[in-house]
Design a protein around this ligand. Structure first.
Ligand code: BEZ
Length: 215
């Protein structure tokens, strides 16, 4: 059965551009963003891998490790990295899994046979430090992903975990947030000393806790 939100994700061992990787060990106590690419030397993937390299310090700040995957060999990946660095003007500063036998792709449901039965689609798995699947996205091969959006959802997930708040439509860091409906009024009064606005009993708005030092 396909992985679902809240599932503990399975571990895997596979070769990569930085040597053999045990995924659980690589992630350690960090968050992990695992993302797949259809194939080496393809244009959209080339831009994506360059963009993720440029965002690496943003992932680092949030305690997130990144791990890419493509179904070609380590030697192919290493040749491709030269192109990525040359064309995207960024150094690939994270490993790319060489999933030639599709072990990880099959384990994580990255191959969608009615789309393509050889190459992976573009998946993103956001995995928390307990190895629970917190978010996944699936895009078709010709559509590049927005990795700023991945950072945004990591911010939202981490804020929810720390502060018992949810994030409204189009939320970005610093915007107002919603107190989780499961938080009682008594608890809300303690947790959000700067107050909150009750628009409906289920819709209580407060400042981003990171702005007011509540977290
Ligand atoms: C790409 O990564 O550029 C790509 C891969 C497969 C189909 C179309 C585009």
């Amino acid at each position: 059965m396909a992985l679902q939100l809240g599932d503990k994700v399975p571990n895997f061992n596979q070769d990569s551009t930085e040597g053999p990787i045990d995924m659980y060990e690589y992630a350690g106590n960090n968050w992990l963003v695992l993302f797949s690419h259809p194939k080496d030397f393809t244009p959209v993937c080339t831009t994506e891998l360059g963009a993720v390299a440029k965002l690496k310090s943003e992932f680092d700040k949030r305690g997130v490790k990144v791990l890419a995957l493509s179904v070609d060999s380590v030697s192919s990946h290493k040749e491709w990295i030269k192109d990525i660095e040359d064309t995207q003007k960024s150094k690939v500063n994270y490993p790319i899994i060489a999933d030639q036998d599709r072990k990880v792709a099959n384990l994580y449901g990255m191959i969608h046979p009615n789309e393509d039965n050889v190459f992976t689609v573009r998946t993103v798995f956001v995995i928390d430090p307990d190895k629970k699947l917190r978010l996944f996205l699936t895009y078709p091969a010709p559509t590049g992903r927005n990795f700023d959006e991945i950072l945004r959802v990591v911010d939202a997930l981490q804020l929810t975990d720390r502060c018992k708040v949810a994030t409204p439509v189009n939320w970005n860091r610093g915007d107002d947030v919603i107190i989780l409906p499961s938080v009682s009024e008594e608890d809300a009064n303690k947790r959000f000393p700067d107050g909150y606005e009750t628009i409906r009993p289920y819709l209580r708005i407060t400042k981003d806790p990171d702005l007011v030092g509540v977290s």
